[in-house]
Design a protein around this ligand. Structure first.
Ligand SMILES: Nc1ncnc2c1ncn2[C@@H]1O[C@H](COP(=O)(O)OP(=O)(O)O)[C@@H](O)[C@H]1O
Ligand SMILES: [Mg+2]
Length: 437
């Protein structure tokens, strides 16, 4: 959920940033258009000032209008009158008055002659409060205003326009959705891999620990076994030395032979230990689960009795052949059953454990359910982690070891809670287990 929200937020932010940038580009382009239009209008208006002194002499109206078609008409004045310099005449026309001459200018025609055509959604030319020319709807997204620096025609040229939504590169604007999905996907993948790696490292450390423990035990056993022959050799040698010093060597060969015999025994013990160390290949045998289950129950007789636990089983009779080291399967069941007993110590008479063994497709499936309170949410996640325990006296190695053994048999183990019951462990063993090691 959080990941989807993150993705949505990042996508929206990126799309907004990209969209804003493209809109800004459109705005810059339109601003440039406006500047060209403004410049062209300024040039045209300045031409009016330039032509006024020349017009009275001109007799060729057609020629003038050919060059400046926006000058519709002009009128000469005999005497100086007091006129406003600009007088609106309606329909986009205005009179430009000087002392002796008035010219009528048509703004629509003037705009027609421009290179930059009126491509704006709104275009207006105003003189103070009077609108001389207006075209389009003034309600636009963008707006530009600038006054013309002309002494006689100080108009304000206003333009307005809207963004061209359809022209925006939408596929590019929404592309961050894909990009962020990819980034978040990769992040999730990385996290999952890391978690898997961490858990694998932890298990490897645990296995190493077990190996060291075993080595420790072996070393202790070895010291115990070697102690006696070494002490004997020491005695024989001391005795032999004493006899030689007393010049009585007759018994010395016998003593040395006894010492040699002890040394040979040490040698035999060492090779036995060596064998134990290197005998890493456990013996695979056909497993009779019914029998093994009875054996485990027997081994845990005291605990089951003390907790008044009812034990039941449903073991299918036509199971596929199952090859494994019997001690491993015994250890797996032993660990799970003792946990189930421990989980139900508080409720005698209502405590129960049920084992079900069946064949599913080609797999052998074992399910062990109990009547306890089930696994806590944390235990559900970490039950197979070494040293995870919720019990004060627990070590947290039982289920980790079980998991290791199941994996070595190429099987899988899953933990869950069952409604109306407690914890449930399901083990799947694939066929062809002979090559397990
Ligand atoms: N049948 C079960 N019911 C409830 N909790 C269980 C059961 N089996 C295992 N657990 C939980 O998993 C934890 C780890 O079990 P385990 O590895 O055997 O270590 P330990 O028995 O030393 O605590 C237990 O402390 C317990 O919280
Ligand atoms: Mg345990």
């Amino acid at each position: 959920m959080l990941r989807i929200l993150c993705w949505l937020l990042l996508t929206l932010l990126s799309a907004a940033a990209l969209g804003g940038w493209f809109l800004q580009q459109q705005y810059e382009a339109r601003s440039a258009d406006y500047r060209i239009l403004y410049r062209e209008i300024t040039v045209k208006l300045s031409q009016h000032d330039a032509i006024i002194p020349l017009l009275p002499a001109s007799q060729h109206v057609a020629d003038v209008q050919h060059i400046l078609p926006q000058i519709v008409r002009w009128r000469q004045h005999e005497q100086t009158e007091n006129r406003a310099p600009i007088v609106a005449a309606g329909g986009g026309r205005y009179w430009l008055n000087s002392a002796h001459l008035s010219i009528l200018i048509d703004l629509p025609i003037l705009l027609e002659t421009l290179g930059e055509k009126k491509t704006f959604a709104h275009l207006a030319i105003t003189e103070q409060a009077t609108t001389l020319f207006s075209q389009g709807n003034a309600d636009t997204w963008w707006r530009w205003d600038k006054s013309v620096a002309s002494p006689t025609q100080p108009f304000v040229v206003s333009a307005g326009d809207n963004p061209q939504w359809a022209a925006l590169p939408w596929w590019l604007i929404v592309s961050p959705a894909l990009f962020w999905a990819l980034v978040i996907g990769l992040l999730i993948q990385f996290q999952t891999n890391k978690r898997r790696r961490d858990s694998a490292a932890l298990r490897a450390r645990y296995n190493e620990l077990i190996r060291l423990n075993t080595l420790g035990e072996l070393a202790a056993g070895m010291m115990h076994e070697l102690n006696q022959p070494l002490a004997a050799i020491m005695n024989y040698n001391n005795a032999a030395l004493r006899l030689i010093k007393q010049d009585n060597p007759a018994q010395v060969p016998m003593l040395l032979e006894a010492a040699i015999a002890q040394i040979k025994r040490i040698d035999a013990l060492l090779s036995q230990f060596r064998q134990k160390l290197t005998a890493e290949h456990p013996e695979y045998q056909p497993i009779d689960l019914q029998q093994l289950w009875l054996r485990v129950c027997k081994l845990l007789d005291n605990e089951l009795d003390a907790g008044k636990v009812r034990v039941s089983s449903a073991i299918a009779s036509d199971l596929p052949p199952f090859m494994a080291p019997p001690l491993w399967i015994e250890q797996i069941l032993h660990n799970m059953v003792s946990n189930a007993v421990q989980a139900q110590t508080g409720n005698p008479y209502s405590a129960w454990i049920h084992l079900e063994v069946r064949q599913e497709k080609q797999n052998l499936v074992l399910t062990l359910t109990d009547g306890g309170t089930g696994l806590s949410p944390e235990a559900l996640k970490q039950v197979f982690m070494p040293f995870f325990t919720t019990r004060a006296a627990g070590l947290g190695l039982g289920m980790a070891l079980t998991d290791t053994l199941v994996q070595r048999l190429h099987g899988t183990i899953e933990a869950c809670n069952v409604a109306g019951a407690g914890a449930c462990f399901t083990l799947h063993f694939p066929p062809q287990r002979e090559e397990a090691q």
